[in-house]
Unconditional design. Structure first.
Length: 92
């Protein structure tokens, strides 16, 4: 997933699901200020959940499942004041 995804400022829904990805979640994800739903799944994702995720003030649903993401959950998740759905399954 390219860093340039952060340029899609009007994006509201982003679903990234494929075992064919070999990518991290880019830091620029935090620029998607209108994003309401972010779903990331399948083992093509590695690295950690970026701290910039806390900038997604309009995010209502976050689901991360069956990935190779590692590390601790960023404390910035607590800044997601619009979040009503959180599902973290098989996040290493």
């Amino acid at each position: 997933v390219p860093e340039s995804i952060g340029n899609l400022e009007e994006l509201r829904f982003l679903y990234l699901e494929s075992e064919f990805f070999n990518s991290t979640i880019p830091m620029s994800i935090g620029k998607l200020s209108n994003l309401k739903e972010l779903f990331v799944g399948k083992p093509g994702f590695h690295g950690s959940i970026p701290t910039t995720i806390g900038a997604l003030a309009n995010l209502e649903a976050l689901k991360i499942w069956d990935t190779l993401l590692t590390g601790t959950l960023p404390t910035e998740l607590g800044e997601l004041s619009s979040l009503v759905f959180l599902d973290l399954v098989s996040v290493h």
